[in-house]
Design a protein around this ligand. Structure first.
Ligand code: GDP
Length: 477
């Protein structure tokens, strides 16, 4: 006996009633919480066009994470991503912080670009930076199920404005629930006007502390290294509030940050440990790839033998290149790692590994019927600001006590690939008003199973979503 009727229903994205109906046609009168045997599961699943694959309990159990006692948890460094509009200074800021930490005399190391690096603030506490700036990378990792970032630095050039990608970055951080610290950059420039930036942020309901709000901000010059320590201290303050902790004394889990093939050394994979300690000799798996950790290097290029929570290391030993955002696990032996990798490879070949279907408007009613579906995330793109605001307001007002409608991002412009990635990461639907998706966005939406709805009349959009939500409200159980 494996899964219950309702679990099976939610795996297939159908209502429990439909599964019960299908059982009935097999002469089985099942209740919603009844466990079904393997044969029934197989028959019911094929009724809905699914193939069944039973992963053995042994294999599944191998990846169960060890539980922590409160006293096992120790403080860990925050992991930070820098996001903002193009040319506002993301790369300059990351470069300055990295170089400053090296010249500060950390044993004469030569910085290596391994996708992440860690630095020590003036107060002696550490911060880990993800070295791939931008919200696209951030959300792409999230779409793979990885929430790596603890804090986002949103950088805005003071000689420019809050730009479309600034707004995108803010939406992406907010959709992920990641706290933001604002870096108002290029204050060395003659035309710099930090107050104008704060004013424009306030129009988006982002109030910085000096304006009585909750967001910390710091005026900086990334190029000249002005006020960078102050910025880092503010990041550390934010981290304190988050009370980031992890147990270093267990087998490691974490996330792949990047991977590449090096001619001489084989696959080089940078990982960030989220809990436990990764050691040389560990058997490791990420995505469909596995191996034994043969060597590890830190962000200074030095060989290390182990890496604890929030420490980025590049490792040698994988039999392929996992994707950024894949989680990794350590297993007891190589045979086990291989077994799971092979299973995943098979799954991927058979069904594109995209077993997790995303939300569509038509499925809202079913989803509610099978589980606790309480939030409808929507991305609104449109041709003009006025209609986007009107549509977003009306959609949010459709919220009831049972279902909250969240507009996680709204902007003028065509529906982009980034919008689709955000939808995938946040399980959202996309509503386009008088705009269409780009070619690439359409393709990505197809492969990710993202629902894009296009309208040219506002009330039609509202009516259709309202109807879907009413379906939500009256589950046919
Ligand atoms: P990114 O596209 O956000 O990564 O931006 P970059 O870091 O590449 O910066 C874009 C341009 O702005 C480069 O020419 C930088 O030298 C310049 N820049 C970045 N920060 C500052 C700054 O604080 N002051 C001045 N004057 N220029 C800056």
């Amino acid at each position: 006996e494996f899964v219950t009727v309702s679990e099976l229903a939610s795996m297939m994205n159908v209502s429990a009633t439909e599964v019960i109906g299908s059982c009935m046609s097999l002469g089985i009168f099942a209740s919603i919480n009844q466990r079904l045997d393997a044969e029934t599961i197989q028959l019911v699943a094929s009724d809905f066009g699914f193939e069944t694959e039973f992963i053995s309990a042994e294999v599944q159990e191998a990846i169960v994470e060890e539980e922590d006692k409160p006293e096992d948890l120790l403080e860990r460094a925050p992991i930070v991503t820098v996001m903002g509009h193009v040319d506002h200074g993301k790369t300059s800021l990351l470069d300055y912080i990295r170089n400053a930490s090296v010249t500060a005399g950390e044993a004469g190391g030569i910085t290596q670009h391994i996708g992440a690096y860690s630095v020590t603030g003036e107060s002696g506490r550490k911060i880990t930076f993800l070295d791939t700036p931008g919200h696209e990378a951030f959300t792409a990792m999230r779409a793979r199920g990885a929430q790596v970032t603890d804090i986002a630095i949103i950088i805005v050039a003071a000689d420019d404005d809050v730009m479309p990608q600034t707004k995108e970055a803010i939406s992406h951080a907010q959709a992920a629930g990641v706290p933001m610290v604002f870096a108002i950059n290029k204050i060395d420039k003659p035309g710099a006007n930090p107050d104008k930036i704060k004013e424009q942020l306030s129009q988006m309901n982002i109030l910085v502390e000096e304006w009585g709000g909750k967001f910390q901000s710091q005026e900086i010059s990334a190029k000249n290294g002005v006020n960078i320590e102050e910025l880092l201290e503010k990041v550390l303050l934010e981290a304190e509030i988050l009370e980031l902790k992890a147990n270093p004394n267990k087998t490691a889990t974490g996330t792949v940050v990047e991977a590449s093939l090096d001619k001489g050394r084989g696959y080089v994979t940078t990982v960030l440990v989220s809990a436990g300690t990764l050691k040389i000799g560990d058997f490791i798996i990420a995505g469909q790839h596995y191996g034994k950790v043969k060597a590890m290097n830190n962000d200074k290029g030095e060989a290390v033998t182990e890496a604890g929570p929030s420490i980025p290391v590049s490792i040698l030993g994988f039999n392929g290149a996992p994707s950024a955002g894949d989680s990794f696990n350590v297993l007891l032996d190589e045979r086990e790692a291989k077994q799971i990798a092979v299973k995943r490879e098979q799954l991927k070949r058979e069904q594109g590994l995209r077993t997790k279907k995303h939300l569509t408007l038509d499925e809202i009613g079913r989803r509610l019927a099978v589980g606790d579906f309480q939030e409808l995330n929507v991305i609104v793109k449109g041709d003009v600001d006025g209609s986007i605001e009107a549509l977003s307001d009306s959609l949010e007002k459709l919220s009831t006590e049972e279902i909250q409608v969240n507009i996680i991002h709204k902007a003028v412009g065509q529906i982009s690939e980034t919008d689709v990635t955000l939808a995938a990461a946040s399980n959202a639907i996309i509503v386009g008003f008088q705009v269409r998706p780009s070619q690439q966005a359409r393709k990505l939406a197809e492969s990710e199973g993202i629902d894009i709805r296009l309208y040219s009349v506002i009330y039609k959009a509202i009516d259709e979503i309202k109807e879907a939500m009413e379906g939500m409200l009256s589950p046919d159980i």
